[in-house]
Design a protein around this ligand. Sequence first.
Ligand SMILES: Cc1cc2nc3c(=O)[nH]c(=O)nc-3n(C[C@H](O)[C@H](O)[C@H](O)COP(=O)(O)OP(=O)(O)OC[C@H]3O[C@@H](n4cnc5c(N)ncnc54)[C@H](O)[C@@H]3O)c2cc1C
Length: 499
Amino acid sequence: MSKSRTAVIIGAGIGGITTAVYLAKNGYNVSVYEKNPSPGGRCGQLICEGHRFDLGATMLMMPGIYHEVFDSLGIPLEEGKDIVPLNELYTIFFDDCSHLVFTSDRERMKLQLEKIEPGSYERAEDYISKGYRIFRLGIDKLIGRNFYHLFQMVNLKNIPLLFRIKAFINHYRYARRFFTHPHLLMAYTFQNIYVGQSPFDAPALFSMVPAAELTEGSFFPSGGGMFRIVEKMLAAAEEKGVRFHYGNPVKQIIVSGKKADGIILQDDAEIKADLIVANADLPYVYRDLLPDKRKSVHLDKLKYSCSAMCFHWGLDKVYPQLDHHSVFLSDEFREGLERIFIGKSVSDNPSFYVHAPVRTDPTAAPLNHDTISVTVAVGHIDKNHKQDWDMIREKTRRAVIDRLKRQGLEDIESHILFETCYSPESWENACNISRGSVFGSVGHNIFQMGYFRPHNRHDKYKNLYFVGGSTHPGNGIPNVLLSAKLVSERILKENHTKK
Ligand SMILES: Cc1cc2nc3c(=O)[nH]c(=O)nc-3n(C[C@H](O)[C@H](O)[C@H](O)COP(=O)(O)OP(=O)(O)OC[C@H]3O[C@@H](n4cnc5c(N)ncnc54)[C@H](O)[C@@H]3O)c2cc1C
């Protein structure tokens, strides 16, 4: 195949890099332009004083999708070597300081669940097996395929399917069919936050998330954390001749008629290409890089995911109370979600997640030191709300530290050597994510999924494509890997050649 066809990719997030590998493997001459000095975007890395932090993604779940994509690109990803299974997926801590360990050990799950709510183990198994069926069906019919026209999604055959995948039942209400204890209701629904939504609003389709976790397990890339996934993909891209240009923001996509001709960089250099793939956040691309503002106004009216306040701490002490992944769920679960999604702020007693990778990967910190990242879901940036992010950051930090102290980490504050915080505004600035809505950015209700999600090809400029969390199928590394596979299949099918 000739190397004469050229592709430019805007952004070196996991979506952009993976698409670069697919296209280079299929004969394209690929250049990637990334605004930041390093790759990874929301799966990026920070190394400070020997402490290594995954900035965004920390959990490797749905390993089957990783294998599907890595295998299709001929990149080795060996379980037990490249990615290590975690026997304990995460520990969930409740406000009364009790805890529940989500584990692949069924006997242990049974003991724990029966203690919280007698009879719940069998119902939990039923919830998980039903959720996993939804996951498989969802992958086949909704998530793992391209939609070229509306009737591929909306047709007589698919209406019963949408009911089968629980697209029209509220997730929390659905969970009530299985559990009554508030701790279990929270434990089996909080995962909606992974895609930036509330279980009180989201469809029960998302029961597939805890189901996939508990069925396929959770893994961690050895010797480097989630950024190893980026590095592996990057190495494959470089081997195939992809050229990466860091610290090179794209400021415009050049269009004429029904075509995108190239890009203009911040320094006014023009780069021509046969096709363009935007990995940068889709609503941002329409708003800031393209001339037609009508579509941008439409995109602005969609529902957006929540944002996150992330604290990264280097500590000179290790706290055995924490698991590799720990989730702290507040008794004010529902109120907390309302403060995020309606108030566009954060609760006084928020639920949050702690990543402490040293437990399984000692290379993440110097000896006897700890590397801890705390993620708290908060409202996204909204011009209709008065939002004082400095105040919200301080309030959130205080609440997290007080909760950790109650869990036995009494002296944690005095052991923080340094701290970095990513607020919704920092996320927006760092990666150009609209409204700092880091889990999408566009939300994941059924009317913003499948064919209804912003398409992976521009409707007018037929050689301008999109990849990443804000297009089909959605947020999270597994979805973004699939997004790269799907858009590449579409590009190859539509086969743009040099005119
Ligand atoms: C706090 C947090 C926790 C998460 N946890 C998990 C998890 O545990 N597991 C999981 O699977 N997923 C997780 N995710 C989601 C996952 O990180 C994202 O879905 C994924 O990284 C998004 O990849 P992407 O390629 O779509 O976008 P991005 O990573 O945003 O990449 C887009 C790239 O485009 C660049 N760019 C933007 N504008 C321009 C421009 N004008 N010119 C040039 N370049 C530009 C950006 O700098 C960025 O590098 C988490 C996300 C966050 C924020």
